[in-house]
Each structure stands twice: as C-alpha cells, then as structure tokens.
Design a protein. Structure first.
Lengths: 432, 195
C-alpha cells in the first residue's frame, strides 16, 4: 500500500505540473526531485549534476540530432512533390488507385522525417488536393492519410525509437531492425483495407489512371530513387552491422546534402534553416530526455519499480492482461501528451516493472510505438487529427469517423504483435 | 507593437516607464545572447557530423581520430544545453496546452506566469547544482579516461553556461509576461519537425 501511495503522489505531482502547462522536461525534473526528497535520503544535487552530464554527453544519443538534421534537409527539397508524381503511375491502376500513394508516400517520407505530424502534413498537402480533384471519396483519402501518417514513428530511422532506445538503454540498432517488419506489415494492412474498401464501393471510385510509359515513370521518380536509395543504404548499413546508428546517421546527412545539392535546393538559407531547425528540435527532445533520465534515476533509488512489479505479479494479471491495461492507459495518456513524452514517461516509470514481469524491452519498444501511433489519431486530441483539420478545414468529428477503420487496423496490429512477438523480434534474432 | 506600448506609456507614471525601458533594452540584448548561443549550438551540431564522417573516412585508410567518440558526446552535450534558451524563445519546447487553453482569462495568464515561475525555480536550483559540480571537477582536476585526457571542466562548461542562460531566459519570460510583452518569436518556416 505504501508504494502505491508513493506512486499516486508521483503521478499527482506530474499531472498537476503538466496540466498547469509546465514544460514536459521541467515537469519530469521536478517529479524526480520530489521522489528524491520524499522517498530517499540521497544527496540530490550531486546526482542531478552527474545525471545531466552523463545523459547529455552520450555517444549513442548523437544519432538523434543527425537523423533529425537529415530529415530537415530532405524536407526542404522537392521530395514531397516527387513522391506523389513518382508513385502515382505505379500505384494508380491498383484497386483503390491513388489512395495507395498516401500509404507508400507516407512510408517513404516517414523513413526520412521520423515525425508523424510532419509526415501527415507534408504528404497531405500534396496528395489531398490531387485526390479530391480526381474525385476520390474523402473517407478513403483522408482516412488513409491519417492512418499512414502515423508510420512516421515506426519506420526506421525513427526519432521516437532513438528516444526509446536511449531512455530504456536498449540497442538502437536492434530497435531499428525490429521496426522493419511491423512497419511493412502496417503498410500492407492499410493497402489491403484500401483495396477491400474500393472493391466494396466501386460506384464511389473514380476511373483508373491512364497508363504511363516506363520511361516517363522513371523520369518522374528522379528525386525519389536517390532518396529511397539513401534510406536503404542507411538502414542496410545498420542491418549489415557495418555502421552504428550514429555513423549511419552522419552518412545520411552527407547523402541528404548531396541529394539536395543535385536537385538544386541546397541554398545557403535552406542549409542554415535546416541546421537551426535540427538544433532546436534536438535541444527540445534532449531536454525531455534529461528530465526522463533524472526521473529514472530517482525511481531506481526509491525502489518503487520493484515494488510495483511485485504488486503487478501479485495481482494475478496475465501478460496479455497487463498489455491490455497498458494499452488503454497509453491511449488515455495520448489524449493530452505527445508521443515522445509518453515514451519517456513510460521508460522511466513503467518500464522497470514491465521488464520485471518478463517482457522483452525490444518487443515492448515496438509495441509502445504502435500504441503511441494509435494515440496520435485518437479523438478528441490526436496530433495528426489536428494536422488534417488544418489541411482540410473539416471538423474533428468528421475526420474521426473517416479515420476509425485505420485506428482499428492499428488495434489489430497490436493484437497480432502481442500474439506473435516474432513479428518484431524475428528479424533481430536473424541478424544477431 | 511599438505603437501600443507608446500609448500605454503616456498613461503610466514616468519612473515606472523608465524602468520598463531599461528592462526592455536589457531584454533586446539578452535575445541576441540566446540567439548567439543557439548559433554556437548549431555549429557544434555540425561539427559532430564532420567528426563522425572524418572518423569513418580515416578508418577506411586504417587510421583514427583519438577519442573521437568522447568529442562527439561532449559536442552533443554542448549543443543541447547551448540551444535550450533559443529553443525556449522560439516556443519549441513541448508543453501541454490542452488544459491551459480551457482556462478563461485573466486566470489563464496567471497560470502561465505560475508555470514559468515554477520552471524558473527548478532551473535556478539545477544551475547551482551544475555549477558546483563543474567547480569540483575543476578543483579536483577530473580528466577524461580516453586516449586523450582532457580536463572535464572544459566540455562541462557549456552545460553550465547553457543551463544558467536557460534559467535567465525563463526569468525573462516571467518579466515579459508581467509587463505584457511578446514572449515567443514565432517564425512561419519552422514546422518541419513538430513531433
């Protein structure tokens, strides 16, 4: 009972501060401070300073700003336009037509940007007008965009995965490899649903696209091919064990700069904007990670995770039961917290108990990321819903109705992942 | 902007207005300092990429930069901490606004000021702890344990400077909100990585 009381105080302080609008990083620091002062008798200022230094001067974490920078560079090229015109001729004749461009486009852009809001906004800005001009049903185009936009978190190299890996002290390389199959699986599920929907609603579908000759198809992909090549090289070098995540990221930046230069979008102002944008985003994420590191250390000093793990195992809840409870908890959290904050809160408060319950931290990372993706499109407060509201001017209720089938596809993905953990862990075991 | 403040100044007594102007001049200067630190952070971030690419290239010809991993890690620490104040004034640090947006004025402004005060108190305490830590590291002459042994206070200095400036920027935010001055610079071109 005592440790439950401590946990309640901790969560109370945390949610009070977050509700007041205190910055997430600061709220985590204060929560850590409260745990230290109330439940331990350790000299807290020395631990604060050593934690700040150890957590910020962290070689593994250097992959984070570099991948963010790579995304910022490619974001400022004509990539998004090329994604649509390059993919359309290949996918336009499938049942469901250009709606598949949303899935494939988001898949490619997600690999580049690692942010689901940016993925949804960038792809949607190009694809939604094109789709509605051609007479596609909004339910299909908006729903598939919102669903596929969430791929940004799962398809490596993903920023959220690096955050999880650093905060949970799990190998980032392994996480990246573990995310490949679930990411492709989700893309396949989204595309299958689009095919299914379009076959059921033939009258709502516009006529298929005209055939485009092969030469023209290739010409339209001129920016797409090098970018996909770069992603394959980055992920491939990690998969093959040639490069660490940081080295792959540094080469990714170099490659992105070359692609930008070749496509003549590398001006001095674009370079500076990308670099300062990347610096500020990494400082923002870095600060949240520092807060999480301090809270994690406070938690381990207090012995709270071990107590909570004992309570969980004593409650007779099965692993599946635990996963179900956590899923609901995360979706509720997602109503007012962003993905990165959910991930760091989980790693510092929940993860030690989860590991004590015998769950593989790599698998848990992939699971957590898919659940956070669900949270991004859960009404009334999903980040991606707001992005689409901004793009289309539709009401949240309407958008929610269009997104619902894709939300359930994500639920199905979580169920599959839970029943068959090998979906995430299989490729990792193969390559190690 | 300047128009509204001028009309406000006419109604206020002179001494307070002078104080205001003084504070404002200081705050214009401080924004330059945050921006300069942010630029330094960007250069540091760039140097991480250069360092790692150079390390890979040298490894191909069978050579290496001694302690390159340490230098990259220190550069990251410097880059994060030095960019904190600039990130704050651009409004890029994440906070939960969904509850705040439901609070009616003038209470909402009060909550904003309270949140900034709480953050400021935390950051001041943290900066003192970091300062003591680095001072000790300097006095006891802690050095890194890699191939190249560097006195650790040198890379740790950026952490202290960044943390202190972050606390100052947070205090400035409180002052700005009390004086009804704009708190954040919003530029329309920076939506690339809203996570």
């Amino acid at each position: 009972m005592d440790s439950l009381f401590q946990a309640a105080i901790l969560l109370g302080v945390l949610f009070l501060l977050l509700g007041l609008g205190v910055w997430v990083g600061v709220a985590l620091l204060i929560a850590g401070l409260v745990v230290f002062l109330l439940f331990t008798s350790t000299p807290v200022d020395a631990i604060y300073a050593t934690t700040m230094w150890a957590a910020s001067a962290n070689w593994t974490l250097t992959a984070l700003p570099l991948f963010i920078w790579m995304g910022e560079i490619l974001y400022r090229t004509r990539l998004a336009e090329d994604l649509f015109s390059g993919l359309a001729p290949w996918l336009g004749r499938l049942p469901g037509g250009l709606a598949h461009v949303n899935v494939a486009g988001c898949g490619v852009f997600a690999a580049v940007s690692g942010s689901s809001a940016a993925t949804t906004a960038t792809i949607g800005k190009i694809s939604l007008p094109e789709l509605s001009n051609r007479g596609y049903d909004d339910r299909l185009s908006i729903g598939s965009l919102a669903g596929s936009g969430t791929l940004g978190l799962l398809i490596p190299p993903s920023v959220v995965m690096i955050v999880y890996g650093v905060a949970a002290q799990v190998s980032i390389n392994r996480l990246f490899i573990a995310g490949v199959v679930p990411g492709l699986m989700l893309m396949a599920m989204f595309s299958s649903y689009i095919i299914f929907w379009s076959l059921m609603n033939r009258q709502a579908m516009p006529p298929p696209e005209a055939r485009v000759p092969l030469g023209e198809r290739l010409r339209r992909m001129r920016l797409l091919i090098p970018v996909v090549g770069l992603i394959v090289c980055v992920i491939g070098s990690i998969y093959a064990g040639i490069a660490t995540a940081t080295e792959a990221a540094a080469l990714g930046v170099l490659g992105a700069l070359m692609i930008a230069a070749l496509s003549r979008s590398l001006t001095l102002s674009a370079f500076t904007e990308a670099l300062t944008g990347a610096t500020r985003t990494s400082a923002m994420i870095g600060f949240i990670l520092l807060g999480a590191a301090f809270l994690t250390s406070a938690m381990s000093f207090s012995g709270l995770p071990a107590d909570l793990a004992q309570i969980i195992s004593g409650s007779g809840l099965s692993t599946y039961g635990l996963i179900a409870v956590l899923t609901i908890f995360f979706i509720l959290l997602g109503c007012f917290l962003d993905g990165i904050s959910i991930v760091v809160l989980t790693t510092s408060v929940v993860l030690p108990s989860v590991i004590a319950a015998g769950i593989d931290p790599i698998w848990f990372g992939i699971y957590l990321i898919i659940v956070v993706e669900m949270a991004q499109i859960t009404p009334p407060l999903g980040f991606n819903l707001f992005v689409i509201q901004g793009l289309t001017g539709r009401s949240i209720v309407e958008i929610t109705r269009m997104v619902t089938p894709f939300f359930f596809l994500l639920v199905l993905a979580v169920v599959l992942l839970t029943l068959f953990p090998v979906i995430a862990t299989g490729l990792v075991e193969l390559s190690y | 902007m300047s128009k509204t403040t001028q009309s406000a100044s006419r109604e206020e007594p002179a001494p307070r207005w002078r104080l205001c102007a003084q504070a404002r001049r200081t705050m214009v200067l401080s924004r330059w300092i945050y921006t300069g630190c942010g630029a330094l952070a960007a250069v540091t971030l760039c140097s991480i990429a250069v360092l790692i690419v150079a390390q890979i290239a040298l490894r191909l010809v069978g050579q290496q930069i001694p302690s390159a991993d340490d230098f990259a890690a220190w550069a990251l620490s410097a880059s994060i901490f030095l960019a904190l104040p600039a990130t704050l004034i651009h409004g890029d640090h994440i906070r939960v606004t969904s509850v705040r947006s439901r609070i009616p004025e003038p209470y909402g402004r009060g909550v904003d000021i309270l949140a900034s005060l709480i953050a400021c108190a935390m950051l001041v305490w943290g900066s003192i702890a970091l300062f003591d830590f680095v001072q000790e590291s300097y006095l006891y002459n802690d050095v890194s344990i890699g191939l190249v042994s560097v006195p650790l206070w040198i890379p740790q200095l950026a952490m202290v400077v960044g943390s202190i400036l972050f606390a100052v920027a947070m205090a400035e935010r409180v002052v700005r909100m009390v004086l009804n001055l704009p708190v954040e610079i919003t530029d329309p071109n920076s939506s690339a990585t809203e996570i």
